[in-house]
Design a protein around this ligand. Structure first.
Ligand SMILES: C[S@@+](CC[C@H](N)C(=O)[O-])C[C@H]1O[C@@H](n2cnc3c(N)ncnc32)[C@H](O)[C@@H]1O
Ligand code: SF4
Length: 451
């Protein structure tokens, strides 16, 4: 058990570091031609792309949800959206000058399984017609247990998908009522069984701690039920309460949320149960069975992290298609328009749909590497040339972390201690020059708390 006082001390707003610099530091209205040029150059030097496709529609609104989604029961929206994605793909294909090699593909949302299996087939065939699929490809998708059918699972399997991630969140009926997500455990068991029988090699469950009306008793039951179904991976997310951007979160009373110390106990309880039942802590909210590729990559030091979270492939190019999707190359980031209306307007007039982005400096690339090292490998070495900057901006926080036993920092080498693994986000933040240079950012509450 981790000391509650230590958990409380580090429970401050910090980013998840799926990019560095983080999105709030990017700029509006970037030079699109510059982005295209960098994309082309970085693509030529890469060994293939990771593709993310954002499918934003959901049939009903889960009140806790912080994702970019559009609630509708009208399925005729599928066609226009697929057409727009395929147009966007054509625009990028022109920048790559050949059939791009796809190493990794993830369908996220929203709810990808909102789309019919036939429409998913149309979308993906349109993408694959313009691509070469790498023999060691990793294809995955997010499935909502309530609307993932055997046909979805079979269709996507036939298209090369071998990993599925189900949003579970919580099995307790009272929690499900208040988050507006009634999802019978029987349904979860059913879709998991079907995925396995079809041949999916990795099933992930998303769980959230800190939801309204969750208690130690209810989360213990949810986790025991989860462990009994043996998902290969578990993402155990801290509920991010950001009602200023996610309006659904205003639909429940903040008094229904667990207090900060109760939330920490929910986390402790969950983590202890996972570790006692054969799961390994991969880092930043993720647990995995030792048989899963994510665990194997982590012990081999081959883990990578991008906007899709932890991955086993370390492609230099992530291309995000669809509303709000984020792309990243070695030297730049870009994010698409966040409303479907703006996304359609841009794509249908023949333009990329980029609304904001960032061109990296040499310093960004260096410090981004230290953050990636800490989050994926638990250690990093700072070259002599960066020690002045580290001493000026990072050392106060590094000293603090060392005094609390979370890291050792000797002879320019930082090593995360076993205790420190619980505070990976905080340790990464020591190398976030934007945060360290303006500690005042803390006051702005741009991010949710670390735990
Ligand atoms: C983009 S959602 C897609 C999952 C799919 N639509 C479903 O609900 O089954 C991916 C995951 O983000 C997590 N998530 C969404 N809102 C969150 C929040 N406010 N705090 C923490 N995690 C959140 C949930 O665990 C969810 O399964
Ligand atoms: S959690 Fe999933 S299904 Fe629920 S609103 Fe968010 S994206 Fe849609």
């Amino acid at each position: 058990m981790i000391d509650i006082a230590l958990l409380e001390k580090y429970n401050v707003p910090v980013p998840r570091y799926t990019s560095y610099p983080t999105v709030p530091n990017w700029q509006e209205n970037i030079d699109i031609q510059q982005w295209k040029d960098i994309f082309s150059i970085d693509y030529k030097a890469s060994k293939g792309i990771s593709l993310y496709i954002h499918l934003p529609f959901c049939e009903s609104m889960c009140t806790y949800c912080g994702c970019n989604k559009k609630i509708t029961t009208n399925h005729s929206v599928e066609d226009d959206y697929i057409n727009a994605i395929l147009k966007e793909w054509q625009l990028y294909a022109q920048l790559m000058n050949e059939k791009p090699v796809i190493r990794e593909l993830h369908l996220g949302g929203g709810t990808p399984t909102f789309f019919s299996p036939a429409n998913l087939e149309r979308l993906l065939s349109g993408i694959f017609d313009q691509a070469t699929i790498h023999p060691d490809h990793e294809f995955s998708f997010e499935g909502h247990p309530n609307n993932t059918t055997r046909e979805h699972l079979q269709q996507l399997y036939d298209l090369g998908f071998r990993r599925v991630s189900f949003g579970i969140q919580d099995n307790d009926p009272e929690v499900q009522r208040i988050i507006n997500r009634i999802q019978p455990l029987e349904q979860v068991k059913y879709v998991t069984g079907v995925a396995r029988s079809i041949g999916y090699k990795s099933v992930n469950y998303d769980l959230i701690y800190g939801l309204p009306h969750q208690s130690l008793k209810s989360i213990t039951t949810t986790i025991q039920q989860t462990i009994a179904l043996k998902p290969d991976r578990i993402a155990f997310y801290s509920y991010a309460h950001v009602p200023w951007t996610s309006r659904g979160q205003r639909l429940f009373d903040e008094n229904d949320l667990p207090s900060a110390s109760e939330k920490l106990q929910l986390y402790q309880t969950g983590k202890t149960l996972f570790l006692q039942n054969g799961y390994y802590d991969i880092g930043m909210d993720h647990f995995s069975l030792p048989t899963d590729d994510l665990y194997k990559a982590s012990v081999q030091g081959k883990l990578h992290r991008n906007f899709m979270g932890y991955t086993t492939q370390s492609g230099d190019i992530l291309l995000g298609l669809g509303v709000s999707a984020i792309s990243g190359t070695k030297n730049a980031f870009a994010q698409n328009a966040k409303t479907i209306h703006n996304y359609y307007n841009l794509i249908n007039s023949g333009n990329l749909a980029i609304e904001k982005g960032y061109f990296l400096t040499k310093e960004d690339i260096q410090f981004g590497k230290y953050i990636l090292d800490v989050s994926c490998r638990g250690n990093t070495v700072i070259p002599e040339e960066d020690m002045d900057t580290v001493n000026t901006f990072c050392l106060p926080e590094l000293n603090n972390l060392e005094a609390d036993g979370l890291i050792t920092f000797r002879d320019r080498k930082l090593v995360v201690t076993p205790l420190g693994r619980n505070f990976t986000r905080n340790i990464c933040s020591a190398f976030d020059l934007y945060l360290q240079k303006t500690k005042a950012t803390k006051e702005k509450r741009l991010f949710s708390n670390a735990i």
